[in-house]
Structures are given as structure tokens and as C-alpha cells.
Design a binder for this molecule. Structure first.
Ligand code: NAD
Length: 481
């Protein structure tokens, strides 16, 4: 069944002029839906609706906000099998992972429902006699939210839920190739009791709809997740417009495997980190930095594990690696593999795979014999591709791990607590994993990177308030009795 998705502006679902089809990457003959290609004027109307609705929502009680988020959480959780199937169909994530992502969205909504109720402040004695100082948090105003396709319900949720919990109005612009999940989330939230105009949805291209949000005079903040080049342009455009901006961007995440690591654990950690979700995770392990003593055994065992991963239709229960999301991404993955071979590396796997349906199926690839200077180790591939860099010892591994413009997630497999603690301290990444994949994070703690991967405050957990609220300091002199 194919759906026609519409924008939501000021509480009304609206058609727009242009329409773009959204194809199932596991089966290109299956049109999941069509979504509007909106223009700038549509964005301006959505922003005006948010501006009008913002003061009312800012004055809502914590309980009202918590109830909306709780109600939405319950519906998402109850419908997780159905929504997981839709997510797998539109994005290509294998059904098990897709359903887990939907459950995560429910957990995020539940967590931020609690955060709405935990809104607090501080009262501090003033240095001036008789005076008290109240430190409180207020909504920022109208928040523009721009998201990528690879976590089509989790990422929008971890931005929209804290925005609403902290009393902001939202204009949401989802990625072009995942309109279905955006529709479902916005539909569920708006039916959960949000007043009209508090949450608006505008579909369309990044250079039109996204850009209209980042250079709008009426938008107070923009939260973006996506690629490094787009993120950089979003940050400069939003900053030039004087708005608060947060950007989570790409990664080139290292996973160190030391000689003392459990081989079995290291192979599982790397297989998961590199190839689950078809490697289409910002936190995917893409550089496997392996000490010489374990290198050959590791490559042999990981190759066998990788070769055993079933590539196929996202809705088939035995699929481990689903399709690549679209043709452009498939070409990008293959281009990096061919550049790696041209630069002298050996590519294992990475073949096109044929299945009963027409889909973007690519076998996972392990690129061995690489150096950290090779293109495949400098730039984000964003596919089921990992490369191996052989090193002499931990000190060299740490240098190689940190030798990148990115700094999202970094991991180490080792039996040494001392080395693990040293790595956690000196790894230049926002998130560090010890004997665990670089990808796969909890929903109640801060998420985000350092260096080129991130700009602005962290997302998720109670730290999300740093972006979605403004601190006010009020000096109260009660005056004479
Ligand atoms: P992308 O940068 O191409 O697009 C992201 C979003 O930005 C889309 O909605 C797009 O339409 C919009 N956009 C494009 N041009 C714009 C412009 N000029 N102004 C405003 N918005 C614009 O990224 P993608 O291909 O959708 O997603 C993959 C990328 O996302 C990868 O680089 C991945 O690492 C990154 N990512 C990062 C995180 C993180 O938290 N760090 C999480 C998931 C994905």
C-alpha cells in the first residue's frame, strides 16, 4: 500500500504542489509513499504557526507536557510491530533492528515526559542583604529540527521530545527518503493533545526547506543531524541569523583491538559495530585498529563472521544486513571500495548481491592492508564497509585513533582495565566504548561527539535541556514589610 504524506501546519494536514516518491530499498517496485516537495513560502507559514503557538505552549504546565509525551509513548510502544515494519520497508533496516528503533522512540518519549515534570531551578542567596537570586529555565521559543534518514524515528524523537518537554514550538523537516516515519511520529504526537501549531511538519529538499529554517528571522534555534558538509553550512547559516544551533554530524569511528583482547568478543563487537544497520550509523566502527599479534587471527575470524551475514530484504527474518538506503549511497559505498583498491588496499567482500526483489543489496566489505592516510580511512563512507589498520602497540593505536577530523565514538577491546581507563581519558571522542561496539547507545544519557563531529551542546538525557531551554537569573528584593 502506498501513502500520500502531507505537511502539518497549524494543526491542519495540507497538500503541497510537488510530490516525490519514496521507494522501498529492498524492493524498488514498492512505492512506500509520496511526500510533498514544499517551497519556502510553506516553511514561512509553518514558522508563523509555531510563533503564534509558542507562548501558549510555553505557559503550559509540566503535567500537560508530560501527558502529551506519555500518551505518545504509549501509542508508539503499542504499535511498535506495525511501525517497525513500516520503518524496515521505507529505510531498509532489518525488521528486528527497525522494531527496536521504534521501541527506543517510545522510551525516549517516556524519558522526556519525566523530564518535563523534573523542570526545576535554584534559589541562591545574593551577595546583597535581603536579596535572593532565582535561577530558572525557560523555553527557547521556536525550534527548527532537521534530521537524516538513518534513524528515521529515533533521531526526530530525541529532538522533538525534549523541545516539547521544555515548552518550545517546533517546525520539523525530516530527510527526503523517510517521510513515513516522520508522518507517524507527528501524527501520534499531535493526536496526543498538542495544541495546533505547536508541532509543524514540512517535507521537502534540504536546500529549500532546511535552508529556509536556518535563515529565518523567526526561528530561535535549529537542531540538525546529518553529514559534515551540510552540518557546517547549517551552523554558519544559523549563526549568521543569530539563532542557537546544535549539529551532530558524521564519524570515522575507531575500534582498537589489542593483543590481550578476547578474539571472540572483539569479532562480535566489530561485526556489530561495522555492519549492523548496513553500516549506516554515524557511530559505526569504520576503522579497526588491530595490534600485530592478534591481527591475522582477527582478520580471518571477522572475514568468516562477515561472510556468514545474510544480506537481503529488510522484512525477511533471516536478514542480518539490509539494503543500502538508495542508489546515491550505493554508488558512494562502491566508489570508496574502488578508491581503496586503487590506493593499494585489499577489498574482501563488497560485491553487489541479487535477490528475488530489485533492491540495493551490497555484501559487507572488509578492507585490509590499509594505512590511516588512505581515503577510506579519512572520509565517512556510511555503508557496510570497515577497514583494518595494523599497529605495533597501544600507543600507536591511540595516535591513529585520534588522527581524524571526526570525534563521535571510539572503542577498544582489551582485557586491561588500566589501558581501557587510559583510552577513555585520552580518546578524542564524545563517546567511548570498552569491549562494546562503537554504535548502540542508551536513551537516558548524553549523546554526541567532539571535534568535527559535533557543534553545540550534547543531545539526550537530562543534558538535552542545555539546548532546549534558556537560563534566566532573577534578583528578587522583597522590599520593606
Ligand atoms: P545530509 O546531511 O545529507 O542531510 C541531513 C538533513 O539535512 C536532511 O534532512 C537534508 O534534507 C537536510 N539538508 C540538506 N541540505 C541542507 C541545507 N542546505 N540546509 C539545511 N538542511 C539541509 O545527511 P543524510 O544523508 O540524511 O544522513 C547521513 C549523515 O548523517 C551521515 O553523515 C551520518 O554520519 C550523519 N548522522 C549523524 C548522527 C549524529 O548524531 N552524529 C546521527 C545520524 C546520522
Amino acid at each position: 500500500m502506498s501513502m500520500r504524506y502531507r505537511n502539518l501546519i497549524d494543526g491542519r494536514w495540507e497538500d503541497a504542489d510537488g510530490e516525490a516518491p519514496n521507494l522501498n530499498p529492498s524492493d524498488l517496485d514498492d512505492v512506500v509513499g509520496t511526500a510533498p516537495t514544499s517551497d519556502r513560502a510553506t516553511v514561512d507559514r509553518a514558522v508563523s504557526a509555531a510563533v503564534a503557538a509558542a507562548p501558549g505552549w510555553a505557559d503550559s504546565t509540566p503535567e500537560q507536557r508530560a501527558t502529551v509525551l506519555d500518551t505518545a509513548s504509549a501509542e508508539v510502544r503499542a504499535r511498535r510491530a506495525e511501525l517497525g515494519t513500516l520503518l524496515a520497508r521505507e529505510e531498509g533496516k532489518p525488521i528486528g533492528e527497525a522494531t527496536a528503533e521504534v521501541a527506543r522512540a517510545a522510551n525516549l518519549l517516556q524519558f522526556f515526559a519525566g523530564e518535563a515534570l523534573r523542570t526545576g531551578g535554584e534559589i541562591v542567596p545574593s551577595v546583597r542583604p535581603g536579596m535572593t537570586v532565582e535561577i530558572t529555565r525557560e523555553p527557547v521559543g521556536v525550534v527548527g529540527i532537521i534530521t537524516p534518514w538513518n534513524f528515521p524515528i529515533a533521531i526526530p524523537t530525541w529532538k522533538i521530545a525534549p523541545a516539547l518537554a521544555w515548552g518550545n514550538a517546533v517546525v520539523f523537516k525530516p530527510a527526503e527518503n523517510t517521510p513515513a516515519m516522520a508522518h507517524e511520529l507527528v501524527d501520534i504526537l499531535s493526536r496526543a493533545g498538542l495544541p495546533a501549531g505547536v508541532l509543524n511538519l514540512v517535507y521537502g529538499g534540504g536546500s529549500v526547506v532546511g535552508a529556509a529554517l536556518t535563515d529565518s528571522d523567526a526561528v530561535d534555534a535549529v537542531s540538525f543531524t546529518g553529514s559534515l558538509p551540510v552540518g557546517r553550512s547549517v551552523v554558519s547559516s544559523a549563526a549568521a541569523s543569530g539563532m542557537r544551533v546544535q549539529a551532530e554530524m558524521g564519524g570515522k569511528n575507531p575500534m582498537i583491538v589489542l593483543d590481550d583482547a578476547s578474539l571472540e568478543l572483539a569479532v562480535e563487537v566489530c561485526a556489530n559495530g561495522a555492519y549492523f544497520s548496513t553500516g549506516q550509523r554515524c557511530t559505526a566502527s569504520s576503522r579497526l585498529i588491530v595490534q600485530r599479534g592478534i591481527h591475522d587471527r582477527f582478520v580471518e575470524a571477522l572475514t568468516a563472521r562477515m561472510r556468514g551475514m545474510r544480506v537481503g530484504h529488510a522484512l525477511h527474518e533471516d536478514t542480518v544486513v539490509g539494503p543500502v538506503v538508495d542508489e546515491r549511497q550505493l554508488e558512494q559505498d562502491r566508489r570508496y571500495l574502488s578508491i581503496a583498491a586503487d590506493e593499494g588496499a585489499t577489498v574482501i567482500g563488497g560485491e553487489l548481491v541479487e535477490r528475488e526483489t530489485r533492491g540495493h543489496f551490497l555484501a559487507p566489505a572488509l578492507v585490509v592492508g590499509t594505512t590511516n592516510g588512505m581515503t577510506v580511512n579519512r572520509e565517512e563512507v556510511f555503508g557496510p564497509v570497515a577497514s583494518v589498520i595494523e599497529v605495533d602497540d597501544y600507543d600507536e593505536a591511540l595516535l591513529v585513533a585520534n588522527d581524524t577530523e571526526f570525534g563521535l565514538s571510539a572503542g577498544i577491546c582489551t582485557a586491561s582495565l588500566a589501558v581501557a581507563k587510559h583510552f577513555a581519558r585520552y580518546s578524542q571522542a564524545g563517546m567511548v566504548m570498552v569491549n562494546a561496539p562503537t554504535a548502540g547507545v542508551d536513551y537516558h544519557v548524553p549523546f554526541g561527539g567532539s571535534k568535527g563531529s559535533s557543534y553545540g551542546p550534547k543531545e539526550q538525557g537530562s543534558y538535552a535541556r542545555e539546548f532546549y531551554s534558556s537560563v534566566k537569573t532573577a534578583y528578587i528584593n522583597p522590599g520593606p514589610r
